[in-house]
Design a protein around this ligand. Structure first.
Ligand code: PGA
Length: 245
């Protein structure tokens, strides 16, 4: 059974996620790490960068890989997944050679996915994989119906993901496909963390943890990963049958 931890608010949640990741890295300084872009983990990035600045955390030997990227969106577009990590990488003093990201404007997105699969397997899999959850239950760009056994691949985005995804961009942006790590990467990671905050996520969190195990709700994959850790704030946990602080 996965571990579920509920925190009183977003700040304490982010501190808890950063501590979990930091403890893993302290034991495994050469970790391969995948951190989600998106709004959910922004506070975790601030906490991790503060730990680096304070000398409590060393990331100099870690490698950082992409979780996902919008196809057709260049890395310099502020709404790209790569650009959303920029402040974290700078603040945590991560060097360019430590970073391996999907290129959303590659002429051959399939080969971007294949290269990433090779890189991750050459390191023996991911150490830490931190993901958020979409309102339709997606993890990264693994949309409803995606096999739990897939590695990195090119995905067709659901209408809801295309609509919600506009929030990252300053103007209307054409989105239709993405490159994403797969759910198999999540279940194989040594420390798979699913993080959610806010009332908007409460319904999908309940369904993912207590609903039927189905590829129609990709996040239900956590139900079969005994070492997965689900980190929630109280509002994201508010629709669950039992909430423990
Ligand atoms: P969010 O995105 O962190 O911006 O809510 C999560 C997701 O869609 O996976």
């Amino acid at each position: 059974m996965m571990t579920i931890r509920v925190f009183p608010d977003y700040n304490s949640l982010c501190r808890g996620v950063a501590d979990l990741i930091g403890a893993h890295i302290a034991k495994n300084p050469s970790s391969m790490i995948c951190l989600a872009s998106g709004h959910t983990p922004l506070g975790v990035f601030i906490a991790l960068a503060a730990d680096v600045t304070a000398g409590r955390l060393q990331l100099g030997k870690c490698r950082f890989v992409s979780l996902d990227e919008w196809i057709g969106v260049p890395p310099e577009n502020p709404g790209s997944c790569r650009a959303m990590m920029k402040d974290f990488f700078a603040g945590a003093r991560i060097r360019d050679e430590q970073i391996h990201f999907f290129n959303g404007v590659s002429p051959d997105p399939e080969s971007e996915a294949n290269k990433m699969n090779e890189l991750i397997s050459s390191y023996g899999g991911l150490d830490v994989m931190l993901v958020g959850i979409g309102l339709n239950g997606h993890i990264a760009m693994n949309e409803p119906g995606t096999s739990f056994y897939r590695h990195a691949h090119v995905s067709k985005l659901s209408p809801q993901t295309i609509e919600v995804g506009q929030k990252y961009f300053s103007g209307e942006t054409s989105l239709s496909r993405g490159i994403t790590l797969g759910l198999r990467h999540f279940s194989d990671a040594k420390l798979p963390i699913l993080m959610a905050n806010g009332e908007k996520k409460a319904g999908i969190i309940r369904l993912s943890i207590h609903g039927p195990f189905t590829e129609q709700v990709p996040a239900t994959v956590v139900q079969k990963i005994p070492h997965a850790v689900v980190m929630l704030d109280q509002t994201a946990a508010s629709a669950m049958p039992r909430v423990q602080l």
